[in-house]
Ligand binder design. Structure first.
Ligand SMILES: NC(=O)c1ccc[n+]([C@@H]2O[C@H](COP(=O)([O-])OP(=O)(O)OC[C@H]3O[C@@H](n4cnc5c(N)ncnc54)[C@H](OP(=O)(O)O)[C@@H]3O)[C@@H](O)[C@H]2O)c1
Length: 236
């Protein structure tokens, strides 16, 4: 049986992945501040605030089930778009909290998983964004955090290959998704985020991808037999 760890399982992409893996009879550990209404005995929910400097790490390490899993999968889906204001208008603490959720928490989780499940086949998906490669005015924290996570993914893959371990890592850009994060983007003020009109237009034109489609594609990619140690992939 597969063990699947999913951050941000309470909403959007992470929620779809959670439902799909439960349908596949996997055991799922979901980590978010909110929980979902599910009585599935194979879903274990942890109320973690991933912006809180790893306060959750010890609890997770001691709770991780050490069964004979066929594979262990980690999906780092939790993410925050805030703060979306240009330099000069941000609060320092907000920058740190966002970097903690978008970069540090996924790196802490990668570190935990490759330590606890040393002998196992492991697949890791870190959710990236076009913003990792393209500067958007007002999105310095989001753009730089996604770029940092993509590089951390690549370094982990190089390390695992050098160690001869069956651990493969994917940096996956789902493109614009029809999730609460996009709804939050559409509410931004044009003076803070001049591109807001483009995102409203994408929504009005029905150009946002359903999170279920992106989740299904992610699972397809991660199951590929020819998956390299590191794969950078964009939903199409
Ligand atoms: N939506 C898009 O257009 C788009 C495009 C490219 C990439 N992405 C990426 O896709 C991923 C999923 O985004 P989404 O669109 O599905 O967003 P979403 O619906 O807003 O979901 C975000 C998830 O992250 C969790 N989260 C946020 N802050 C957290 C915190 N401090 N501690 C724990 N969990 C936290 C939320 O859970 P709680 O609120 O319950 O804590 C929620 O489950 C993100 O990494 C995002 O950057 C999204």
């Amino acid at each position: 049986m597969e063990l699947v760890l999913i951050t941000g399982h309470s909403s959007g992409l992470g929620l779809e992945l959670t439902q799909m893996f439960l349908e596949r009879d996997a055991t799922v550990i979901g980590m978010s501040r909110r929980s979902i209404n599910s009585k599935n005995p194979r879903l274990y929910q942890f109320h973690f605030d991933l912006s809180r400097e790893g306060n959750w790490e010890d609890k997770l390490r001691e709770s991780l089930p050490r069964q004979d899993w066929s594979r262990v999968l980690l999906f780092n889906c939790a993410g925050t778009i805030s703060p979306t204001v240009p330099f000069g208008g941000m609060e320092g603490a907000q920058i740190s909290r966002s970097i903690e959720v978008n970069v540090t928490a996924p790196m802490r989780l990668m570190n935990i998983v490759v330590t606890v499940y040393k002998e196992k086949t492991i697949r890791i998906v870190n959710v990236s964004s076009g913003a990792a490669k393209k500067p958007y005015l007002g999105w310095s924290v989001y753009c730089s955090s996604k770029a940092a996570l993509a590089m951390a993914s690549e370094v982990l893959a190089v390390e695992m290959e050098a160690a001869g371990r069956d651990v493969k890592v994917m940096s996956y850009s789902p493109g614009p998704l029809d999730t609460p994060m996009q709804a939050e983007i559409r509410k931004k003020k044009p003076e803070d985020f001049p591109q807001v009109e483009r995102f409203i237009q994408l929504y009005n034109d029905g150009k946002l991808t359903a999170p279920r489609d992106a989740a299904a594609d992610m699972i397809l990619q991660i199951d590929r037999k020819d998956l390299p140690y590191f794969l950078e992939y964009t939903y199409q």
